[in-house]
Design a protein around this ligand. Sequence first.
Ligand SMILES: [Zn+2]
Length: 555
Amino acid sequence: MNLETVIEKHALKNAIDHDGKANAKAVFPKVISEFPEVKNQVKEVMQKIELILKNVNKLGDGDQKIKLLKIDPSMLEKRKPEIKELKLENVQGKVVMRYAPNPNAGMHIGNARAALLNDFFVKKYGGKFILRYDDTDPKNENKKPNKQAYKQIENDLNWLGVEISEIQYASKRLGKYYTIFEELIKKSKAYICTCESEEWKDLRRTGAACTCRSNSIYENKRKWNMMLFGDFKQGTAVARLKTDMKFRDPAQRDWVCFRIVNKPNHPITKNKHTVWPLLDFASAVDDHDFGVTHILRGQDLVISERRQNWLYSYLHWNYPLVITYGHMGVEGAGTFSKSLMSKGITKKKYSGWNDPQLPMITSYARRGFHPESIKKMIIEIGLTGGKINISEDMLSSYNKKIIDHDAKRYFFVKNHQRHLMKDVNQEITVPNHPTNPTLGERKINVKGKVYISKDDVQFLKKTVDCRLIDFANVKLVKKGELKLSTRQEIKKEMQKIQWVSSGEKCEVINKEKVVKGLVEESVLKEKIGTVMQFVRYGFVRLDKKKPLTFVFAHK
Ligand SMILES: [Zn+2]
Protein backbone atom coordinates (compact mmCIF):
# COMPACT_ATOMS: atom_id res chain seq x y z
CA MET A 1 0.00 0.00 0.00
CA ASN A 2 1.49 3.37 -0.93
CA LEU A 3 1.42 6.49 1.22
CA GLU A 4 -1.57 8.03 -0.59
CA THR A 5 -3.65 4.90 -0.12
CA VAL A 6 -2.72 4.68 3.56
CA ILE A 7 -3.76 8.30 4.03
CA GLU A 8 -7.01 7.72 2.18
CA LYS A 9 -7.73 4.63 4.24
CA HIS A 10 -7.32 6.41 7.57
CA ALA A 11 -9.12 9.50 6.31
CA LEU A 12 -12.09 7.39 5.27
CA LYS A 13 -12.14 5.54 8.59
CA ASN A 14 -11.90 8.79 10.53
CA ALA A 15 -14.66 10.34 8.42
CA ILE A 16 -16.97 7.35 8.88
CA ASP A 17 -16.43 7.52 12.64
CA HIS A 18 -17.09 11.27 12.77
CA ASP A 19 -20.25 11.99 10.79
CA GLY A 20 -18.51 11.99 7.44
CA LYS A 21 -15.89 14.63 8.27
CA ALA A 22 -12.32 13.54 8.81
CA ASN A 23 -9.82 15.56 10.82
CA ALA A 24 -6.28 15.90 9.47
CA LYS A 25 -4.67 16.01 12.94
CA ALA A 26 -6.37 12.76 13.89
CA VAL A 27 -5.35 11.09 10.63
CA PHE A 28 -1.67 12.09 10.83
CA PRO A 29 -0.52 9.80 13.71
CA LYS A 30 -2.31 6.82 12.17
CA VAL A 31 -0.50 7.38 8.90
CA ILE A 32 2.88 7.74 10.64
CA SER A 33 2.42 4.55 12.64
CA GLU A 34 1.90 2.66 9.40
CA PHE A 35 4.45 4.64 7.37
CA PRO A 36 7.24 5.49 9.85
CA GLU A 37 9.68 6.39 7.10
CA VAL A 38 7.88 9.72 6.52
CA LYS A 39 7.73 10.82 10.14
CA ASN A 40 10.31 13.55 9.54
CA GLN A 41 8.37 15.05 6.64
CA VAL A 42 5.57 16.49 8.73
CA LYS A 43 4.79 19.39 6.42
CA GLU A 44 4.67 17.40 3.21
CA VAL A 45 2.63 14.62 4.76
CA MET A 46 0.14 17.09 6.28
CA GLN A 47 -0.27 18.75 2.90
CA LYS A 48 -0.99 15.39 1.31
CA ILE A 49 -3.44 14.51 4.07
CA GLU A 50 -5.32 17.76 3.67
CA LEU A 51 -5.57 17.32 -0.07
CA ILE A 52 -6.94 13.80 0.24
CA LEU A 53 -9.24 14.82 3.10
CA LYS A 54 -10.95 17.39 0.91
CA ASN A 55 -12.11 14.67 -1.46
CA VAL A 56 -12.98 12.22 1.29
CA ASN A 57 -15.13 14.75 3.13
CA LYS A 58 -17.07 15.47 -0.05
CA LEU A 59 -18.30 11.88 -0.23
CA GLY A 60 -21.50 10.69 1.42
CA ASP A 61 -21.40 8.13 4.22
CA GLY A 62 -22.31 5.27 1.87
CA ASP A 63 -19.62 6.11 -0.67
CA GLN A 64 -17.04 6.49 2.07
CA LYS A 65 -17.85 2.99 3.28
CA ILE A 66 -17.73 1.47 -0.18
CA LYS A 67 -14.38 3.15 -0.82
CA LEU A 68 -12.96 1.89 2.44
CA LEU A 69 -14.29 -1.59 1.75
CA LYS A 70 -12.35 -1.53 -1.49
CA ILE A 71 -9.10 -0.52 0.22
CA ASP A 72 -9.31 -2.52 3.43
CA PRO A 73 -12.54 -4.22 4.47
CA SER A 74 -11.13 -5.09 7.90
CA MET A 75 -11.25 -1.42 8.85
CA LEU A 76 -15.02 -1.65 8.75
CA GLU A 77 -15.21 -4.99 10.49
CA LYS A 78 -13.78 -3.42 13.61
CA ARG A 79 -16.89 -1.32 13.95
CA LYS A 80 -19.31 -4.11 13.23
CA PRO A 81 -21.96 -3.06 15.77
CA GLU A 82 -22.55 0.03 13.66
CA ILE A 83 -23.07 -1.82 10.38
CA LYS A 84 -26.81 -1.88 10.01
CA GLU A 85 -28.14 -5.25 11.00
CA LEU A 86 -29.64 -7.07 8.03
CA LYS A 87 -33.20 -7.88 8.95
CA LEU A 88 -36.66 -8.41 7.54
CA GLU A 89 -39.79 -6.65 8.67
CA ASN A 90 -42.98 -8.42 9.54
CA VAL A 91 -41.58 -11.86 10.32
CA GLN A 92 -44.18 -14.05 11.93
CA GLY A 93 -42.61 -17.34 12.85
CA LYS A 94 -40.68 -18.82 9.99
CA VAL A 95 -39.97 -17.30 6.62
CA VAL A 96 -40.46 -18.84 3.19
CA MET A 97 -38.23 -17.33 0.55
CA ARG A 98 -37.37 -18.24 -2.99
CA TYR A 99 -34.61 -17.82 -5.45
CA ALA A 100 -36.01 -18.02 -8.98
CA PRO A 101 -33.34 -18.20 -11.67
CA ASN A 102 -33.93 -18.82 -15.32
CA PRO A 103 -31.92 -21.95 -16.06
CA ASN A 104 -30.41 -20.65 -19.29
CA ALA A 105 -26.93 -20.66 -17.72
CA GLY A 106 -25.22 -21.07 -14.37
CA MET A 107 -25.01 -18.24 -11.85
CA HIS A 108 -22.93 -15.10 -12.04
CA ILE A 109 -21.95 -13.03 -9.06
CA GLY A 110 -25.03 -10.80 -9.38
CA ASN A 111 -27.26 -13.88 -9.17
CA ALA A 112 -25.23 -15.05 -6.20
CA ARG A 113 -26.20 -11.88 -4.39
CA ALA A 114 -29.90 -12.69 -4.63
CA ALA A 115 -29.37 -16.30 -3.62
CA LEU A 116 -27.06 -15.54 -0.70
CA LEU A 117 -29.30 -12.85 0.75
CA ASN A 118 -32.31 -15.18 0.62
CA ASP A 119 -30.23 -17.90 2.23
CA PHE A 120 -29.03 -15.47 4.89
CA PHE A 121 -32.57 -14.60 5.97
CA VAL A 122 -33.79 -18.18 5.90
CA LYS A 123 -30.91 -19.16 8.18
CA LYS A 124 -31.46 -16.13 10.38
CA TYR A 125 -35.18 -16.66 10.98
CA GLY A 126 -35.57 -20.33 10.17
CA GLY A 127 -37.83 -21.47 7.36
CA LYS A 128 -37.56 -22.56 3.78
CA PHE A 129 -35.35 -21.71 0.84
CA ILE A 130 -37.12 -22.66 -2.36
CA LEU A 131 -35.15 -22.95 -5.55
CA ARG A 132 -37.75 -22.23 -8.20
CA TYR A 133 -36.67 -22.66 -11.78
CA ASP A 134 -38.27 -19.90 -13.76
CA ASP A 135 -38.17 -21.93 -16.94
CA THR A 136 -41.25 -20.92 -18.88
CA ASP A 137 -39.72 -18.92 -21.70
CA PRO A 138 -38.80 -21.49 -24.35
CA LYS A 139 -39.42 -19.02 -27.16
CA ASN A 140 -36.70 -16.45 -26.67
CA GLU A 141 -33.39 -17.90 -27.87
CA ASN A 142 -31.38 -16.03 -25.22
CA LYS A 143 -33.63 -17.01 -22.37
CA LYS A 144 -34.43 -20.54 -23.41
CA PRO A 145 -33.69 -22.95 -20.56
CA ASN A 146 -31.07 -25.57 -21.15
CA LYS A 147 -30.56 -28.90 -19.50
CA GLN A 148 -27.02 -28.42 -18.15
CA ALA A 149 -27.91 -25.10 -16.55
CA TYR A 150 -30.35 -26.67 -14.05
CA LYS A 151 -27.60 -28.85 -12.65
CA GLN A 152 -25.08 -26.02 -12.83
CA ILE A 153 -27.27 -23.71 -10.75
CA GLU A 154 -27.61 -26.39 -8.07
CA ASN A 155 -23.85 -26.93 -8.10
CA ASP A 156 -23.25 -23.19 -7.83
CA LEU A 157 -25.66 -22.89 -4.90
CA ASN A 158 -24.06 -25.83 -3.14
CA TRP A 159 -20.64 -24.36 -3.66
CA LEU A 160 -21.82 -21.06 -2.19
CA GLY A 161 -23.11 -22.90 0.85
CA VAL A 162 -26.77 -22.12 0.17
CA GLU A 163 -29.09 -24.66 1.75
CA ILE A 164 -31.88 -25.58 -0.62
CA SER A 165 -35.03 -26.82 1.14
CA GLU A 166 -37.10 -27.51 -1.94
CA ILE A 167 -36.77 -27.44 -5.73
CA GLN A 168 -39.66 -26.42 -7.97
CA TYR A 169 -39.87 -26.26 -11.75
CA ALA A 170 -42.32 -23.75 -13.17
CA SER A 171 -42.40 -25.76 -16.40
CA LYS A 172 -43.89 -28.71 -14.52
CA ARG A 173 -46.69 -26.58 -13.10
CA LEU A 174 -48.42 -25.43 -16.27
CA GLY A 175 -51.60 -27.30 -15.30
CA LYS A 176 -51.80 -25.27 -12.10
CA TYR A 177 -51.39 -22.01 -14.03
CA TYR A 178 -54.14 -23.06 -16.47
CA THR A 179 -56.51 -23.78 -13.58
CA ILE A 180 -55.92 -20.38 -12.04
CA PHE A 181 -56.43 -18.70 -15.38
CA GLU A 182 -59.73 -20.53 -15.88
CA GLU A 183 -60.81 -19.25 -12.49
CA LEU A 184 -60.04 -15.72 -13.65
CA ILE A 185 -62.07 -16.24 -16.84
CA LYS A 186 -65.00 -17.39 -14.71
CA LYS A 187 -64.70 -14.22 -12.64
CA SER A 188 -64.68 -12.28 -15.91
CA LYS A 189 -61.23 -10.96 -15.02
CA ALA A 190 -59.45 -12.45 -18.00
CA TYR A 191 -60.00 -12.93 -21.71
CA ILE A 192 -58.54 -14.33 -24.89
CA CYS A 193 -57.37 -11.65 -27.28
CA THR A 194 -56.99 -12.42 -30.96
CA CYS A 195 -56.01 -8.93 -32.04
CA GLU A 196 -52.93 -8.34 -34.09
CA SER A 197 -50.16 -7.30 -31.70
CA GLU A 198 -49.33 -3.89 -33.20
CA GLU A 199 -52.98 -3.04 -33.49
CA TRP A 200 -53.48 -3.87 -29.81
CA LYS A 201 -50.51 -1.76 -28.78
CA ASP A 202 -52.06 1.20 -30.58
CA LEU A 203 -55.25 0.68 -28.63
CA ARG A 204 -53.30 0.42 -25.39
CA ARG A 205 -51.55 3.68 -26.11
CA THR A 206 -54.88 5.48 -26.39
CA GLY A 207 -56.42 3.58 -23.48
CA ALA A 208 -59.10 1.94 -25.63
CA ALA A 209 -60.30 -1.64 -25.22
CA CYS A 210 -60.32 -4.17 -28.06
CA THR A 211 -63.50 -6.02 -28.96
CA CYS A 212 -62.25 -9.28 -27.40
CA ARG A 213 -62.40 -7.65 -23.99
CA SER A 214 -66.19 -7.67 -24.01
CA ASN A 215 -66.57 -11.29 -25.10
CA SER A 216 -68.69 -13.49 -22.86
CA ILE A 217 -67.25 -15.87 -20.29
CA TYR A 218 -68.48 -18.71 -22.48
CA GLU A 219 -66.71 -17.31 -25.53
CA ASN A 220 -63.49 -16.88 -23.58
CA LYS A 221 -63.64 -20.42 -22.24
CA ARG A 222 -64.14 -21.68 -25.78
CA LYS A 223 -61.21 -19.72 -27.17
CA TRP A 224 -59.00 -20.69 -24.21
CA ASN A 225 -59.69 -24.34 -24.98
CA MET A 226 -58.89 -23.70 -28.63
CA MET A 227 -55.56 -22.29 -27.49
CA LEU A 228 -54.87 -25.33 -25.36
CA PHE A 229 -55.86 -27.72 -28.18
CA GLY A 230 -53.57 -26.03 -30.65
CA ASP A 231 -56.28 -24.46 -32.81
CA PHE A 232 -54.50 -21.10 -32.84
CA LYS A 233 -51.21 -20.52 -34.52
CA GLN A 234 -48.35 -18.89 -32.64
CA GLY A 235 -48.91 -15.14 -32.46
CA THR A 236 -52.63 -15.24 -33.25
CA ALA A 237 -54.02 -15.40 -29.71
CA VAL A 238 -52.91 -14.43 -26.22
CA ALA A 239 -54.54 -14.67 -22.80
CA ARG A 240 -54.87 -11.34 -21.01
CA LEU A 241 -55.68 -10.25 -17.48
CA LYS A 242 -58.36 -7.59 -17.32
CA THR A 243 -56.92 -4.65 -15.44
CA ASP A 244 -57.79 -1.14 -16.53
CA MET A 245 -57.19 0.06 -20.08
CA LYS A 246 -57.06 3.64 -18.85
CA PHE A 247 -54.65 2.93 -16.00
CA ARG A 248 -51.92 5.62 -15.78
CA ASP A 249 -49.12 3.10 -16.31
CA PRO A 250 -49.58 1.51 -19.76
CA ALA A 251 -47.44 -1.49 -18.77
CA GLN A 252 -50.19 -2.54 -16.37
CA ARG A 253 -53.03 -2.32 -18.89
CA ASP A 254 -54.45 -5.81 -19.61
CA TRP A 255 -51.10 -7.56 -19.53
CA VAL A 256 -50.46 -10.90 -21.21
CA CYS A 257 -50.63 -13.99 -19.00
CA PHE A 258 -50.12 -16.69 -21.65
CA ARG A 259 -48.95 -16.94 -25.22
CA ILE A 260 -48.54 -19.73 -27.74
CA VAL A 261 -45.12 -21.19 -28.45
CA ASN A 262 -45.04 -23.73 -31.27
CA LYS A 263 -42.57 -26.55 -30.94
CA PRO A 264 -41.06 -25.20 -27.71
CA ASN A 265 -38.67 -28.15 -27.49
CA HIS A 266 -38.39 -27.50 -23.78
CA PRO A 267 -35.61 -29.42 -22.02
CA ILE A 268 -38.04 -30.88 -19.46
CA THR A 269 -41.49 -30.96 -21.04
CA LYS A 270 -40.35 -31.22 -24.68
CA ASN A 271 -43.33 -30.40 -26.93
CA LYS A 272 -46.06 -31.37 -24.52
CA HIS A 273 -47.33 -27.81 -24.07
CA THR A 274 -47.73 -24.97 -26.51
CA VAL A 275 -49.44 -22.48 -24.18
CA TRP A 276 -46.84 -20.89 -21.93
CA PRO A 277 -47.30 -18.44 -19.05
CA LEU A 278 -45.32 -15.24 -18.85
CA LEU A 279 -43.04 -14.72 -15.90
CA ASP A 280 -45.33 -12.40 -13.95
CA PHE A 281 -48.24 -14.81 -14.11
CA ALA A 282 -46.33 -17.95 -13.23
CA SER A 283 -44.34 -16.43 -10.39
CA ALA A 284 -47.42 -14.75 -8.93
CA VAL A 285 -49.22 -18.11 -8.72
CA ASP A 286 -46.18 -19.87 -7.30
CA ASP A 287 -45.38 -17.29 -4.64
CA HIS A 288 -48.91 -17.66 -3.36
CA ASP A 289 -49.00 -21.43 -3.71
CA PHE A 290 -45.66 -21.99 -1.98
CA GLY A 291 -46.55 -19.63 0.87
CA VAL A 292 -43.68 -17.26 0.14
CA THR A 293 -43.55 -14.68 2.93
CA HIS A 294 -40.80 -12.33 1.71
CA ILE A 295 -39.48 -11.57 -1.76
CA LEU A 296 -36.13 -9.95 -2.43
CA ARG A 297 -36.35 -8.28 -5.77
CA GLY A 298 -34.10 -6.18 -7.96
CA GLN A 299 -35.38 -2.66 -8.48
CA ASP A 300 -35.71 -3.31 -12.21
CA LEU A 301 -38.53 -5.76 -11.46
CA VAL A 302 -40.73 -3.40 -9.46
CA ILE A 303 -43.24 -3.49 -12.31
CA SER A 304 -43.85 -7.19 -11.59
CA GLU A 305 -45.34 -6.45 -8.21
CA ARG A 306 -47.61 -3.79 -9.67
CA ARG A 307 -48.88 -6.14 -12.35
CA GLN A 308 -49.26 -9.07 -10.00
CA ASN A 309 -51.20 -7.02 -7.49
CA TRP A 310 -54.18 -7.00 -9.87
CA LEU A 311 -54.21 -10.77 -9.95
CA TYR A 312 -53.75 -11.07 -6.19
CA SER A 313 -56.67 -8.76 -5.54
CA TYR A 314 -58.97 -10.66 -7.95
CA LEU A 315 -58.15 -13.92 -6.19
CA HIS A 316 -58.17 -12.42 -2.67
CA TRP A 317 -54.61 -13.46 -2.03
CA ASN A 318 -52.11 -11.60 0.16
CA TYR A 319 -49.01 -10.36 -1.56
CA PRO A 320 -45.72 -11.34 0.15
CA LEU A 321 -43.60 -8.57 1.62
CA VAL A 322 -41.24 -7.28 -1.05
CA ILE A 323 -37.81 -5.84 -0.33
CA THR A 324 -36.20 -4.22 -3.35
CA TYR A 325 -32.53 -3.68 -3.78
CA GLY A 326 -30.47 -1.74 -6.28
CA HIS A 327 -28.31 -2.97 -9.08
CA MET A 328 -24.81 -4.11 -8.17
CA GLY A 329 -22.10 -3.38 -10.72
CA VAL A 330 -18.78 -5.18 -10.43
CA GLU A 331 -15.95 -3.24 -12.02
CA GLY A 332 -13.37 -5.44 -13.69
CA ALA A 333 -15.58 -8.52 -13.69
CA GLY A 334 -16.52 -8.61 -17.38
CA THR A 335 -19.97 -8.73 -18.91
CA PHE A 336 -23.02 -9.84 -16.91
CA SER A 337 -25.02 -10.54 -20.03
CA LYS A 338 -25.49 -14.27 -20.43
CA SER A 339 -26.30 -13.90 -24.11
CA LEU A 340 -23.02 -12.04 -24.67
CA MET A 341 -21.18 -14.71 -22.73
CA SER A 342 -22.86 -17.43 -24.71
CA LYS A 343 -21.93 -15.73 -27.99
CA GLY A 344 -18.35 -15.34 -26.77
CA ILE A 345 -18.17 -19.04 -25.96
CA THR A 346 -19.44 -19.95 -29.42
CA LYS A 347 -16.87 -17.66 -30.99
CA LYS A 348 -14.12 -19.15 -28.77
CA LYS A 349 -13.46 -15.82 -27.12
CA TYR A 350 -14.13 -17.67 -23.86
CA SER A 351 -13.12 -21.27 -23.25
CA GLY A 352 -16.45 -22.06 -21.58
CA TRP A 353 -18.76 -20.88 -18.82
CA ASN A 354 -15.91 -21.20 -16.33
CA ASP A 355 -13.56 -19.01 -18.32
CA PRO A 356 -11.61 -16.78 -15.87
CA GLN A 357 -12.69 -13.69 -17.83
CA LEU A 358 -16.31 -14.24 -16.83
CA PRO A 359 -18.04 -13.24 -13.58
CA MET A 360 -19.62 -16.69 -13.27
CA ILE A 361 -19.54 -18.56 -9.98
CA THR A 362 -17.74 -21.45 -11.67
CA SER A 363 -15.11 -19.01 -12.93
CA TYR A 364 -14.43 -17.74 -9.43
CA ALA A 365 -14.29 -21.31 -8.15
CA ARG A 366 -11.84 -22.21 -10.88
CA ARG A 367 -9.65 -19.24 -9.99
CA GLY A 368 -9.43 -20.37 -6.38
CA PHE A 369 -11.84 -17.96 -4.75
CA HIS A 370 -13.27 -19.25 -1.51
CA PRO A 371 -17.08 -19.22 -1.43
CA GLU A 372 -16.94 -17.51 1.95
CA SER A 373 -15.33 -14.43 0.37
CA ILE A 374 -18.30 -13.90 -1.94
CA LYS A 375 -20.73 -14.55 0.86
CA LYS A 376 -19.02 -12.20 3.29
CA MET A 377 -18.84 -9.38 0.78
CA ILE A 378 -22.47 -9.75 -0.30
CA ILE A 379 -23.80 -9.84 3.25
CA GLU A 380 -21.72 -6.83 4.27
CA ILE A 381 -22.97 -4.83 1.30
CA GLY A 382 -26.46 -5.82 2.40
CA LEU A 383 -29.66 -4.56 0.90
CA THR A 384 -28.88 -1.09 -0.30
CA GLY A 385 -31.74 0.49 -2.18
CA GLY A 386 -29.55 2.47 -4.55
CA LYS A 387 -27.27 1.35 -7.29
CA ILE A 388 -23.88 0.27 -5.99
CA ASN A 389 -20.61 -0.27 -7.73
CA ILE A 390 -18.08 -2.59 -6.29
CA SER A 391 -14.97 -3.97 -7.91
CA GLU A 392 -13.34 -7.29 -8.37
CA ASP A 393 -10.40 -5.92 -6.36
CA MET A 394 -12.73 -5.60 -3.43
CA LEU A 395 -13.77 -9.22 -3.74
CA SER A 396 -10.11 -10.16 -4.08
CA SER A 397 -9.23 -8.45 -0.83
CA TYR A 398 -11.97 -10.42 0.96
CA ASN A 399 -10.65 -13.59 -0.58
CA LYS A 400 -7.05 -12.88 0.26
CA LYS A 401 -7.91 -12.55 3.93
CA ILE A 402 -9.48 -16.00 3.85
CA ILE A 403 -6.98 -17.97 1.77
CA ASP A 404 -3.66 -16.29 2.62
CA HIS A 405 -3.03 -18.13 5.89
CA ASP A 406 -3.28 -21.59 4.36
CA ALA A 407 -1.88 -21.01 0.90
CA LYS A 408 1.54 -22.59 0.45
CA ARG A 409 4.18 -20.50 -1.26
CA TYR A 410 5.90 -21.72 -4.39
CA PHE A 411 8.57 -20.21 -6.57
CA PHE A 412 7.53 -19.29 -10.06
CA VAL A 413 9.12 -17.16 -12.75
CA LYS A 414 7.35 -16.04 -15.87
CA ASN A 415 9.17 -16.01 -19.19
CA HIS A 416 12.08 -17.80 -17.57
CA GLN A 417 15.66 -17.44 -18.72
CA ARG A 418 18.50 -19.68 -17.62
CA HIS A 419 21.54 -18.30 -15.81
CA LEU A 420 24.55 -20.46 -15.06
CA MET A 421 25.91 -20.48 -11.53
CA LYS A 422 28.94 -22.66 -12.03
CA ASP A 423 30.26 -22.49 -8.50
CA VAL A 424 27.00 -23.43 -6.80
CA ASN A 425 25.86 -26.86 -5.66
CA GLN A 426 23.85 -26.66 -2.48
CA GLU A 427 20.60 -27.49 -0.83
CA ILE A 428 18.60 -24.76 0.85
CA THR A 429 15.55 -24.95 3.06
CA VAL A 430 12.70 -22.50 2.60
CA PRO A 431 9.51 -22.14 4.62
CA ASN A 432 6.26 -22.97 2.85
CA HIS A 433 4.67 -19.90 4.39
CA PRO A 434 6.25 -16.78 5.88
CA THR A 435 4.05 -16.71 8.99
CA ASN A 436 2.32 -20.07 9.20
CA PRO A 437 4.88 -22.67 10.36
CA THR A 438 2.30 -25.47 10.36
CA LEU A 439 2.65 -25.56 6.57
CA GLY A 440 6.22 -26.79 7.00
CA GLU A 441 9.21 -26.21 4.81
CA ARG A 442 10.81 -27.67 1.73
CA LYS A 443 14.27 -28.29 0.39
CA ILE A 444 15.46 -26.86 -2.88
CA ASN A 445 18.60 -28.02 -4.68
CA VAL A 446 20.52 -25.35 -6.51
CA LYS A 447 23.02 -26.89 -8.82
CA GLY A 448 24.89 -25.03 -11.53
CA LYS A 449 22.03 -22.81 -12.69
CA VAL A 450 18.97 -20.76 -11.81
CA TYR A 451 16.09 -19.44 -13.89
CA ILE A 452 14.89 -15.89 -13.53
CA SER A 453 12.28 -13.88 -15.37
CA LYS A 454 13.28 -12.01 -18.51
CA ASP A 455 11.80 -8.91 -16.86
CA ASP A 456 14.38 -9.14 -14.05
CA VAL A 457 17.45 -9.61 -16.24
CA GLN A 458 17.86 -5.82 -16.48
CA PHE A 459 18.55 -5.61 -12.73
CA LEU A 460 21.54 -7.94 -12.85
CA LYS A 461 24.79 -5.99 -12.76
CA LYS A 462 28.46 -6.83 -12.59
CA THR A 463 29.05 -4.24 -9.90
CA VAL A 464 25.87 -4.31 -7.80
CA ASP A 465 24.54 -7.16 -5.70
CA CYS A 466 21.04 -8.49 -6.29
CA ARG A 467 19.19 -10.74 -3.89
CA LEU A 468 17.86 -14.08 -5.09
CA ILE A 469 15.00 -14.34 -2.61
CA ASP A 470 15.50 -16.78 0.27
CA PHE A 471 18.82 -17.84 -1.23
CA ALA A 472 21.81 -15.59 -1.82
CA ASN A 473 23.24 -12.32 -3.08
CA VAL A 474 24.56 -12.57 -6.63
CA LYS A 475 26.40 -10.56 -9.25
CA LEU A 476 26.47 -10.87 -13.00
CA VAL A 477 29.60 -12.49 -14.43
CA LYS A 478 28.58 -12.14 -18.03
CA LYS A 479 25.37 -12.43 -20.00
CA GLY A 480 23.63 -15.60 -18.80
CA GLU A 481 25.96 -16.28 -15.90
CA LEU A 482 25.87 -15.34 -12.22
CA LYS A 483 28.12 -15.87 -9.24
CA LEU A 484 27.69 -15.63 -5.51
CA SER A 485 28.68 -12.25 -4.12
CA THR A 486 31.34 -12.00 -1.49
CA ARG A 487 29.00 -10.03 0.75
CA GLN A 488 25.91 -11.98 1.76
CA GLU A 489 24.15 -9.61 4.16
CA ILE A 490 20.69 -8.57 2.94
CA LYS A 491 20.25 -4.86 2.39
CA LYS A 492 16.94 -3.06 2.09
CA GLU A 493 17.76 -1.28 -1.15
CA MET A 494 18.84 -4.45 -2.92
CA GLN A 495 16.83 -5.53 -5.92
CA LYS A 496 15.00 -8.73 -4.96
CA ILE A 497 14.67 -11.31 -7.68
CA GLN A 498 12.49 -14.38 -7.79
CA TRP A 499 14.14 -17.52 -9.13
CA VAL A 500 13.61 -21.23 -9.71
CA SER A 501 16.47 -23.72 -9.66
CA SER A 502 14.95 -26.50 -11.67
CA GLY A 503 11.34 -26.66 -12.48
CA GLU A 504 8.40 -27.58 -14.62
CA LYS A 505 7.19 -25.50 -17.51
CA CYS A 506 3.68 -24.29 -16.88
CA GLU A 507 1.02 -21.87 -17.99
CA VAL A 508 -0.90 -19.44 -15.84
CA ILE A 509 -4.24 -18.33 -17.23
CA ASN A 510 -4.77 -14.75 -16.13
CA LYS A 511 -8.10 -13.61 -17.56
CA GLU A 512 -7.54 -13.25 -21.32
CA LYS A 513 -3.77 -13.71 -21.06
CA VAL A 514 -1.77 -16.90 -20.82
CA VAL A 515 1.55 -16.44 -19.05
CA LYS A 516 4.25 -19.02 -19.64
CA GLY A 517 6.87 -19.74 -17.03
CA LEU A 518 8.64 -22.16 -14.79
CA VAL A 519 7.44 -23.38 -11.40
CA GLU A 520 9.47 -25.39 -8.92
CA GLU A 521 8.94 -29.10 -9.44
CA SER A 522 7.72 -29.87 -5.90
CA VAL A 523 4.40 -28.33 -6.92
CA LEU A 524 3.61 -31.54 -8.79
CA LYS A 525 2.75 -33.30 -5.54
CA GLU A 526 -0.14 -30.91 -4.97
CA LYS A 527 -3.64 -32.00 -5.87
CA ILE A 528 -5.64 -30.41 -8.65
CA GLY A 529 -7.72 -27.65 -7.11
CA THR A 530 -5.08 -26.60 -4.56
CA VAL A 531 -4.86 -22.87 -4.05
CA MET A 532 -1.35 -21.55 -3.51
CA GLN A 533 0.66 -18.39 -3.85
CA PHE A 534 3.37 -17.96 -6.42
CA VAL A 535 5.80 -15.74 -4.54
CA ARG A 536 5.86 -12.19 -5.88
CA TYR A 537 3.28 -13.13 -8.50
CA GLY A 538 -0.05 -13.87 -6.87
CA PHE A 539 -2.55 -16.49 -5.79
CA VAL A 540 -3.30 -19.27 -8.25
CA ARG A 541 -5.24 -22.51 -8.34
CA LEU A 542 -3.82 -25.69 -9.81
CA ASP A 543 -6.16 -26.33 -12.74
CA LYS A 544 -4.61 -29.36 -14.45
CA LYS A 545 -1.35 -31.28 -14.56
CA LYS A 546 -1.13 -32.19 -18.21
CA PRO A 547 -0.18 -29.71 -19.45
CA LEU A 548 0.65 -28.10 -16.11
CA THR A 549 -1.79 -25.21 -15.85
CA PHE A 550 -2.73 -22.75 -13.14
CA VAL A 551 -5.47 -20.16 -13.04
CA PHE A 552 -4.71 -16.76 -11.56
CA ALA A 553 -6.95 -15.47 -8.78
CA HIS A 554 -5.45 -12.15 -7.72
CA LYS A 555 -2.33 -10.53 -6.29
ZN1 LIG B 1 -58.23 -8.22 -28.70
